[in-house]
Design a protein around this ligand. Structure first.
Ligand SMILES: [Cu+2]
Length: 511
């Protein structure tokens, strides 16, 4: 493996260190440490050699997060966040999606290359309260840690804040052949990074905390646990980080500057392991690392921090020596050729606060912004038009896995050489990506500061299947969903409040 340890951060440190007026610093929780919640694995209703069947229920609940009153939360098959779903490559997945919430939601599979807009579960696939939807799709992508979250526009951010986010693991034979920890919950852990502000009686109040540049809270919440510890019983532990926060980026490192090895990004293993001691993760990204606790003895504690705030206390117990060596090559990234006649497509991420837009326009659910043929390989240039210093926009695309080609003409960082679905774009920066779609349909692409996406920094494209070029998709519109929200909340339309609506109204725009 690459023995050189990387100590210069793989990002624009000035951009990371920039904080606007609404920034909420993290604070160390003062409550007693609690065992890290490990979401249980969701049991399939049925599994055959070729098919897997799952029921996923969006539900309300309450959780003892802090001493005193329980916090009212939402989750998938769980009171908060959700059970982890396993998808096996090559199998056809059948999902029965049930909404037991008091309002409309959708079930979006962030990172799955599956047809849109219905299977993908974006804003065009609502499931109303008390109702269900059945979808089926085939999994044909490399092993990865992906996730499920709500995506009803313009209220995605509030529903994720309530807790609608869950991890999902895509398994394949190649990953299974490598010497990597994969004993779930023991040496292979999902780590969902979020932050919340607790109001009176330990409740969350999204509207009170609302900020059009992203809602944040001072208290770190890891897998739905406040101030967690984890008992380490193996020398090596694999952490699958997911930044599930609405707007927060995390600069992760361990006590003693303990080095670790990154093995995967959003949608695949990295071509080569990357040894490092600090890692930046932006909203919706996933980064997988292996930590070697070999130099510690029982009774020691190793702390995972974001900057100077402790996130998880790893309590070291007895473990067997583990001399596993990672292969130097983990993954062969595909390198499809770009048709030289296809022009570079430009995307701009514009504005701040309520003025956010993409290519100068706010998202409109019933407008197609771009069309491209199935399987055609294109280069896109994504630009954050905010001048430095300014916010980083994590740019995300549904339904595809892309490759980062360059940052302002320079080579990408070594830990972003795998397949990705979300990439941090620094202020003023141009990031070139190579992308193609293996599945047809209508797909959204947007900033994953979730309040920016609700506020309109989003667009959608149609992938045309040459075998069925005239296929028409029935697209929903904002007003239909907003009317549903008003009805479900028992308020007249003129009293309906959804965070994203503010950004359209203040710009004097129709939805
Ligand atoms: Cu943004």
């Amino acid at each position: 493996m690459a023995e050189d340890m990387i100590t210069n951060y793989f990002y624009d440190e000035a951009a990371y260190n920039y904080h606007d007026g609404g920034y909420v610093p993290l604070e160390e929780p003062q409550t007693e440490q609690k065992p890290l919640n490990i979401p249980s694995l969701l049991k399939p209703d049925k599994e055959t050699a070729t098919d897997m069947y799952y029921t996923i229920v969006a539900q309300t609940g309450e959780v003892q997060l802090l001493p005193g009153q329980k916090t009212k939360t939402w989750g998938y098959n769980a009171p908060l966040l959700g059970q982890t779903v396993v998808f096996k490559r090559g199998k056809t997945i059948h999902l029965h999606l049930v909404n037991h919430l008091p309002e409309v939601t959708t079930f979006h599979w962030h990172g799955l290359a599956i047809p849109g807009p219905i299977e993908d579960g974006g804003c065009h696939a609502p499931v109303y309260p008390g109702q269900s939807r059945d979808v089926s799709f085939k999994i044909n992508q490399p092993a990865a840690f992906v996730w499920l979250h709500a995506h009803p526009c313009p209220s995605t951010a509030e529903q994720v804040w309530h807790g609608l986010a869950a991890g999902a693991i895509v398994q394949d034979e190649h990953e299974a052949s490598l010497p990597l920890p994969r004993n779930y919950g023991v040496d292979d852990l999902p780590i969902i990074l979020q932050d919340r502000r607790f109001h009176e009686n330990n409740q969350w109040d999204y509207r009170a905390d609302y900020d059009p540049d992203g809602v944040a809270g001072p208290t770190p919440m890891i897998n739905g646990t406040i101030n967690p510890y984890f008992d380490v019983t193996t020398q090596k532990v694999r952490l699958r980080f997911l930044d599930g926060a609405n707007r927060r980026e995390w600069r992760l490192h361990f006590s003693d500057d303990l080095p670790f090895t990154q093995i995967a990004g959003d949608l695949s293993l990295l071509p080569h392991p990357v040894k490092m001691n600090k890692l930046l993760i932006t909203c919706a990204e996933r980064q997988e690392i292996i930590v070697d606790f070999g130099k510690y003895k029982p009774g020691d504690e190793v702390i995972l921090y974001s900057d100077d705030v402790p996130l998880i206390h790893f309590r070291i117990h007895e473990f067997k020596p583990d001399n596993t060596v990672l292969p130097n090559t983990l993954y062969q990234r595909p390198d499809p050729e770009v048709d030289p006649d296809v022009p570079v497509h430009h995307v701009t991420l514009d504005g701040m606060d309520e003025s956010v837009a993409m290519n100068g326009k706010k998202f409109k659910m019933d407008r197609i912004d771009f069309k491209m043929p199935l399987n055609q390989v294109q280069i896109w240039d994504i630009c954050n038009t905010n001048p430095a210093p300014g916010m980083i926009h994590p740019y995300h695309m549904h339904g595809t896995a892309f490759e980062v080609i360059s940052r302002d003409g320079h080579a990408p960082y070594p830990n972003e050489l795998g397949l990705k679905d979300t990439v941090a774009i620094n202020p003023g920066e141009h990031v070139k990506i190579k992308l193609w779609f293996d599945v047809p349909g209508v797909f959204m692409y947007h900033c994953h500061i979730i309040e920016h996406e609700d506020g309109g920094m989003m667009a959608q494209l149609q992938v045309i299947d040459p075998a069925d070029p005239d296929k028409k998709y029935k697209l929903m519109d904002h007003m239909t969903l907003m009317k549903a929200f008003a009805e479900e909340r028992h308020v007249p339309m003129d009293q309906l409040w959804l965070g994203g609506m503010d950004s359209y109204k203040k710009m004097g725009m129709e939805m």
